[in-house]
Structures are given as C-alpha cells and as structure tokens.
Write a protein that binds this ligand. Structure first.
Ligand SMILES: [Zn+2]
Length: 234
C-alpha cells in the first residue's frame, strides 16, 4: 500500500498518479499494479435524459384517473347532491395548464403560457362561481382581480424579459406586489363596503417600500453593488 508523498492520501494499488493532487506515485517497494482491475469504471456512463413528453403523458394520465375516480365517487357514493368533484377536476385542469402544458409544448412563448395560466385560473374560479351561483362576485370581483394580476405581473414579465439584473428584478417584483396589494384592497373594499378604506394593504406597502429602499440604494451606488456582488457571489 502506498501513500501520496505530497498530500498523504492512501493510494490504490493501480494508481500511477495521486487522484487528488496528481503527484506521480513512485514506491520501489510496492510498484504500480497495472494488471489489477481499476477501483472505478474507466468510461463515464450517463443516465439517459427523461423524456419530457413521456413524463407529461404519465402525469396527465394520473390526473385524468384521479379526476374520473372523484367523479364516480361524487355521482354514486359521497354527497351526490353537491358537485364537489367539479372542484377537484377544475383544480387538476388548472394545475395541468400551469405545469404539464409547458412539458408538452416547451417552445410555447412565455407570454402565451402566462395568458393560458390566467385563463385557466379564471376558468377554475368560474367553476366555483357556477356551483355556488356566484356569477355576480365572479364578474364584479374575481375577474377584475385576475385581470389586475395579469396586467401587473405581465408587465413585470416584460420587464425581466429585457435581462435586467437580479437586483433590479427583485426591486421590480417587490414594487409590483405592493401595487397589486394596494389595488386588491381597493377592489375588495369597493365590492364589500362600496367605499375605499385603506388598511392592511398600506401596511404591506410600507413593508415593501422598506425592503425596496435599501435595494435601490445598493442598485444606484456602484461601489456598494460590487461589494454585495462579491459577498453573495452573485
Ligand atoms: Zn496527493
């Protein structure tokens, strides 16, 4: 048995150089055994990549089976008078659009995916509205909230599409959240009280601003920005 003269690691009998520091092995009392099998495979084998479409098909089948079994249970066994399986099926369909559709169509443009996600969300909320006969709140509250989220976070998507830094992206995201929450409370207040009574959204907005201010200072001071970049390995 040999040990590396440089780093001291124990060496396999077949090693002609140290695997850690590449120092040549020279031990006259124990020459390198070139006949013995190597302790590790000579050629690297790679695991075949998972086919996205196959994975998507398996997940789609699982979701369809779960949805169908819920439908059967709803129809014949559990609470047939309440269409609870519609919630499960609708939620699965929404998750399918969010997560599985991109696996089937990896080249779909991000803005089309975003629109599809919004439409899926609107459709799911419509299922809930239909089952509880809540078309009024759906049209006057749910749809405006979904449209608001679409406009604000769609705008954020366009902003980060232009390859801004992580810092600018974070500042923009926190700002978008603050604006969304302010307008969300406005919509909720107009629906519930028919008057705007600013409350919790002002608090969350204050938290967002207090997060954004130090980030903005770092963003506009090059020396600080470099320091942060070095410290956090960005
Ligand atoms: Zn070594």
């Amino acid at each position: 048995m040999s040990y590396c003269v440089n780093c001291g690691v124990e060496l396999d009998a077949t090693a002609s150089v140290c695997p850690l520091c590449q120092t040549p092995v020279c031990n006259p009392r124990c020459p390198v055994n070139r006949e013995a099998p190597l302790p590790f495979p000579g050629n690297r084998q790679e695991v075949a990549p998972v086919s996205r479409k196959e994975l998507a098909l398996v997940l789609t089948t699982l979701m369809a089976a779960a949805s169908a079994s819920c439908g059967v249970m709803n129809l014949f066994f559990f609470f047939p008078s309440v269409a609870w399986s519609a919630y499960v099926t609708g939620a699965l369909a929404m998750v399918w659009v969010w997560g599985i559709l991109p696996l089937f169509m990896p080249k779909l443009a991000p803005y089309k995916r975003f629109v599809a996600d919004l439409l899926a969300t609107a459709a799911y909320v419509a299922i809930i509205a239909a089952t509880v006969n809540g078309w009024q709140w759906y049209v006057q509250l749910a749809l405006p909230i979904i449209a608001l989220a679409g406009i604000i976070f769609g705008g954020y998507g366009i902003f980060i599409w232009n390859k801004h830094s992580l810092l600018s992206g974070s500042i923009a995201f926190i700002g978008c959240c603050a604006v969304f929450l302010l307008l969300l409370e406005l919509l909720l207040d107009l629906w519930i009280h028919e008057a705007y009574q600013p409350g919790w959204s002002v608090v969350t907005c204050g938290v967002c601003v207090s997060l954004m201010l130090p980030l903005l200072v770092i963003r506009w001071r090059p020396a600080l920005r470099e320091e942060v970049r070095k410290r956090f390995h960005l």
